[in-house]
Design a protein around this ligand. Structure first.
Ligand code: NAP
Length: 248
């Protein structure tokens, strides 16, 4: 049986591209979604049509019981888990921090940080050689916002990605001797639906002039880096944060 990868938020955007690229590289893929069941089923159909193996499973990564059910699906349908991509992420309407209410701040951290924590914890429990597992690899989706700060748009989102980067470094050190590598990708402006949540669906194209390479990136360009970090070709890479940002 091939190695099994869980991609959270794999129904569209960067997650869907990661699922497709991983399947092309021999991973059996579990595509998680929150609301977009039809989209997730289409990702699975595309993978199967190309000769790959995939299933999908609903669940909100910010809910502990849902995360347990997602991992139970991985074990019941695929028998094992070897990789995790913490991709599910949200942002809210662009604005200044002084206008944010607490519910907004908590909602962003619940999905972007608590979700990655809950999924990473389950993955480590199953993959760690200390617990009898076979080791594995985790890739977290950070953002250039972690470095740039999100001023005037979404400092909440930027701060959540800063937390993801700290967790990447800390967990990589914590389980480095247990067969698990943990790395993060820092995408720049990537053309996906997420920008619609900021109130400007064309945000990536609008800000293209701020990118040294002069254009937004595609989900496929991010997925190439993720698949490499997951693979044995990156066997001595852990605790790293790789920018895929066109130089932004
Ligand atoms: P997207 O197009 O909006 O897709 C988000 C995905 O996350 C969807 O599949 C969505 O599922 C899922 N999702 C949202 N909340 C969830 C939850 N609570 N539980 C499970 N799944 C959930 O976003 P994207 O642009 O591909 O972004 C993917 C990741 O890359 C995010 O972490 C984002 O912060 C990061 N990133 C993106 C960019 C960019 O420019 N696009 C830049 C830097 C970093 P449903 O379809 O079911 O709602």
């Amino acid at each position: 049986m091939g190695k099994v990868l869980l991609v959270t938020g794999g129904s569209r955007g960067i997650g869907a591209a990661i699922a497709a690229a991983a399947a092309e590289n021999g991973w059996s893929v579990v595509v998680n979604y929150r609301a977009g069941k039809a989209d997730a089923e289409q990702v699975v159909t595309n993978i199967r049509s190309a000769g790959g193996t995939a299933t999908c499973v609903g669940g909100d990564v910010s809910r502990e019981c849902d995360v347990r059910a997602i991992f139970a699906h991985c074990l019941e349908r695929h028998g094992r888990i070897d990789g995790l991509v913490n991709n599910a992420g949200i942002l809210h309407h662009a604005g200044k921090l002084e206008t944010f209410d607490l519910a907004r701040w908590d909602a962003v951290f619940a999905v972007n940080v608590r979700g990655a924590f809950l999924c990473s914890r389950e993955a480590v429990r199953l993959m760690s050689t200390r617990h009898g597992g076979s080791g594995g690899s985790i890739v977290n989706l950070s953002s250039m916002a972690a470095v740039l700060g999100g001023a005037g748009e979404f400092i909440d989102y930027a701060a959540s990605k800063g937390a993801i980067e700290s967790m990447t470094v800390g967990l990589a050190r914590e389980v480095g001797a247990e067969g698990i590598r943990i790395n993060a990708i820092r995408p720049g402006l990537i053309t996906t639906d997420i920008h619609g949540s900021s109130g400007d669906p064309a945000r990536a194209e609008r800000l293209a002039t701020t990118v040294p390479m002069g254009r937004p990136g595609s989900p496929a360009e991010v997925s190439e880096a993720v698949v490499w970090l997951l693979s044995g070709a990156a066997s001595y890479v852990t605790g790293a944060v790789l920018a895929v940002s066109g130089g932004r």
